[in-house]
Design a protein around this ligand. Sequence first.
Ligand code: ADP
Ligand code: MG
Length: 249
Amino acid sequence: MGILEVKNVGKRFGGLQALGDVNLSVAENTVHAIIGPNGAGKSTLLNCLVGKLIPDTGSVMFDGQSVLGRKPFEINQMGISRVFQTPEIFGELSVMENMMIPCFAKRDGAFTPNAFRDMFKDREIVERAEQMLEEMNMADARDDNAATMSRGNKRRLEIGMCLAQEPRLLLLDEPTAGMARADTNNTIDLLKQIKDERDITISIIEHDMHVVFSLAERITVLAQGTPLVEDTPDNIKGHPKVREAYLGE
Ligand code: ADP
Ligand code: MG
């Protein structure tokens, strides 16, 4: 049994069958990638895992418990954290303030305006946020305005904010989209470091094959809402169906 078990998941938008019949098993403490052409249903699948969408059919089990019917914040508390396609940080706040928010959420179950007013008086939160910034190699950027950072560093902060919640499953939707090569490579290194240092399962949707083949232990190829193959990177590279459907050969 994987930490994540997706069985017969289907999702329709009006006349469009975005997900047909998705079966997927992600083993604990591995890096799993989902690849597939634009419109294949990758983001829809992720949305079904985090409670943003409710599938029409099938089941989604995380660590033996169903996520279906739970609200996104409840699923988050179960141990699933998600990094979105566009960075979701608070541009008007400092790097440190951004990092403190998930630390409050983790400890108190919510981040309230009250907590915000006196946030720096909360030693426990300050220390935890500082420790997370250290781990992310962002201690020097502590007081920088988050909006002024490079795309790569925004992504680094956002991943750190997810990790502050101590998830067991980290989901990333095209984390290197729109990045320059140097930022992409930094993100690959960061994810490798996270994998090495923690007990965590990572499931990543990615367009960039360099990223996928650098990180993933298993790859699922999704085409038109249905998994085409699921295999190791080496086998995926040589798979005729994949070359045809995805690599366009
Ligand atoms: P991917 O992430 O693989 O590029 P998506 O999951 O975003 O694909 O989309 C799969 C299909 O579902 C696409 O044809 C897309 O246009 C459609 N779709 C996605 N979200 C919605 C929605 N909220 N309403 C209607 N159609 C949608
Ligand atoms: Mg997408």
